[in-house]
Design a protein around this ligand. Structure first.
Ligand SMILES: [Zn+2]
Length: 319
């Protein structure tokens, strides 16, 4: 039988089969791909993490555009006239809410946008920001970073599916099916994060970060997060506040200090110098995905990356 592999008629038949298969693919594929591209509904998401969630639910039936892309800071974003045009062309705009994108209401007005708007945190019971007086923020303000708790993100996904069903009713079953499948992935991710932290004694689960973005993560996964800044990346801590944090790090023997990908490293470097705790060389991704070739190019990778980085930093320091 083995000689048939070198047999010319067999090879020719294989080639013919391949060519015929290709012809069928082109014939059947081209019109439907074109129809799909025409029919994909344009959705604008405020930032990269939400854009990923919309893509997970919408698949190839949505054309998602993120206003604030990977490795960019939504807290301090300044929309351009081009952004207003992108919003004006959308059928659905998805934003986080709770003050995360303070620039969005004005952008929607400037774009004269009349389509549907989904605020994915509508209806949740927000956590309060830590409100330490060194944050320079009003006490008791809502913390917008709810996606840092995977269970909250499952709520985001359900609301995204509902909004896509309203915007594009004929494909509702498709959106629901994808949302359910992605929810299963998120439930596994949630379990994985819990199992990772279960390997660290509760008293050692302490991490210093740049801005107050991991409150929901801390609440969900039983980790004590000590942020150097308030809930926005542009909040300025006072000298007294920084001194207090340094004393707390020393008193509680915190051994894991992180710089966030988008934050100014100088404050964390100062804290590291004064406490003698070396900051982790691995940055945390909290408010934006990494570009496609980075370690946090989608939501699931981002949560995995941060969890692994924090758990390994604590474990390494304990050795
Ligand atoms: Zn933030």
């Amino acid at each position: 039988m083995s000689e048939s592999f070198g047999d010319t008629p067999w090879s020719r038949r294989g080639l013919m089969r391949g060519a015929a298969g290709l012809a069928v693919a082109i014939w059947a594929g081209a019109p439907s791909a074109q129809a799909q591209a025409e029919a994909a509904i344009p959705v604008v998401a405020s930032f990269s993490i939400l854009a990923d969630l919309v893509r997970q639910v919408g698949g190839d039936r949505v054309q998602v555009d993120a206003l604030v892309g990977p490795d960019a800071d939504a807290h301090v974003f300044q929309p351009s006239p081009a952004d207003a045009r992108r919003v004006a062309g959308a059928r659905l705009v998805v934003l986080n809410g709770l003050g995360f994108e303070g620039w969005m209401e004005r952008l929607l007005r400037n774009a004269a946008y009349r389509g549907a708007v989904l605020r994915v945190t509508d209806g949740i019971k927000p956590l309060k920001a830590k409100g330490h007086d060194h944050h320079g923020h009003a006490h008791g303000e809502a913390d917008p970073h709810a996606w840092q708790d995977v269970q909250q993100t499952i709520g985001y996904v359900q609301r995204i599916a509902q909004a896509l069903c309203s915007a594009d009713a004929t494909r509702c079953a498709y959106y629901r099916e994808r949302a359910d499948a992605y929810t299963q992935v998120l439930q596994s991710l949630d379990q994985e994060i819990r199992q990772a932290w279960a390997t660290i004694p509760p008293a050692q689960r302490k991490v210093v970060t740049s801005h107050d973005a991991l409150g929901y993560y801390a609440h969900a996964y039983g980790v004590h997060i000590l942020p150097a800044q308030g809930v926005s990346t542009d909040s300025q801590p006072s000298a007294a506040g920084v001194a207090r944090l340094i004393r707390q790090i020393q008193r509680e023997q915190v051994r894991a200090i992180f710089v966030e990908r988008l934050a100014d490293a100088r404050l964390i470097e100062q804290i590291a110098r004064e406490t003698g705790v070396r900051p982790s060389p691995i940055p945390l991704y909290v408010d934006a995905l990494s570009p496609g070739d980075g370690p946090a190019s989608d939501y699931v990778s981002l949560m995995r990356h941060n969890t692994r980085a924090m758990v390994e930093a604590i474990r390494g320091a304990a050795r």
